[in-house]
Structure formats: C-alpha cells, structure tokens
Design a binder for this molecule. Structure first.
Ligand code: CA2
Length: 147
C-alpha cells in the first residue's frame, strides 16, 4: 500500500518558530517519524512538502494510479483552497486530513476547512501523533477495500 504524505506551507519551519503552538521538534523529526510509523504498519510512504498551492495540486493529480491514499496537512491552504479540495475530489483516493494544532480552538478563520469537505477523516490537536493515527486509519480503510 502506497501513501502520499503532503505537508503544506511553512510546516518546514517546525521547531524554528512558534514552539508554543507547534512544538520544539523539527520538520526533519516529523518526516523521520512518519517514515518509521509507516514502515511499522507495512505502508510505503512518500513524503512531499511545498509552500506553493499549484505544486500541491500537481502532486495530488500525479497520485492517481500511483498511490492508494493521501495523508495531508494542507496547513494554511486548509482554510482557503478550493483548488486543493477539487484536486482531492478529482483523484478520488481515500484522504485523511491532519493538523498538529486543534484548529477548532484557535482563531475563527482556522475553524473552517475546505479539505474536510472531502476527507474521510480529520485529526487535529494531537501533534506528531496525529500523523501516526492518520496512517493507521488509511491502512485500515484501504485494507477494507473502501473507495
Ligand atoms: O495545526 C496545523 O497543523 C496547521 O495546519 C498548521 C498551519 C496553520 O495555518 C493551520 O491553521 C493549522 C501552519 C503551519 C505553519 O507552521 C509553522 C511552524 C513553525 C513556525 C511557523 C509556522
């Protein structure tokens, strides 16, 4: 089972700024954790991070026929991007949305997620652990043969 893991804008700054919200661990630590967790549960994960909306759309489109599911933290594009929502819908793969912070308890503008309109599951406020949960959810969902 092949999973595409997408991290959106500014997540590459993890550990450098705003440790009170996003923690002290770095983006490199996050990527290492994701790869280790994927391996543990028998998933082949490919990692992608971009600060550019169109590049994320291209990558989602390129997942068709190559991946069985997508784990995505769209970061700020969560709250603004119809283009990312449309790309996810177009590709039609199982999607789990993940956020490090609890977006429902932050500023008003973070409470709405376009991606949630398609994602089969949204995990927020669990830090790095949310990615582990998301990988396990995708494995179970794909393993069960769900679309
Ligand atoms: O909680 C999350 O994972 C978010 O997707 C993170 C986004 C934010 O726009 C979403 O509302 C919630 C921001 C990612 C930026 O990460 C930084 C990390 C360190 C320093 C500065 C930004």
């Amino acid at each position: 089972m092949r999973i595409l893991v997408i991290n959106g804008p500014n997540l590459n700054m993890l550990g450098i700024r705003e440790p009170d919200i996003y923690g002290k661990r770095t983006f490199h630590d996050l990527e290492e954790s994701i790869l280790a967790w994927a391996e543990e549960i028998g998933l082949d994960a490919e990692l992608y991070q971009s600060n550019h909306e169109g590049d994320i759309v291209d990558r989602i489109q390129g997942a068709l026929g190559r991946f069985d599911g997508i784990l995505i933290n769209p970061a700020a594009y969560t709250h603004t991007s119809v283009a990312i929502l449309d790309a996810l819908k177009a590709v039609g793969l199982p999607v789990c949305e993940v956020h490090l912070s609890d977006i429902s308890g932050r500023e008003e503008f973070r409470r709405f997620s376009y991606v949630s309109l398609y994602a089969g599951k949204t995990i927020a406020g669990k830090g790095f652990e949310g990615y582990r949960e998301g990988l396990a959810w995708l494995r179970d969902r794909i393993g069960a043969g769900a679309p």
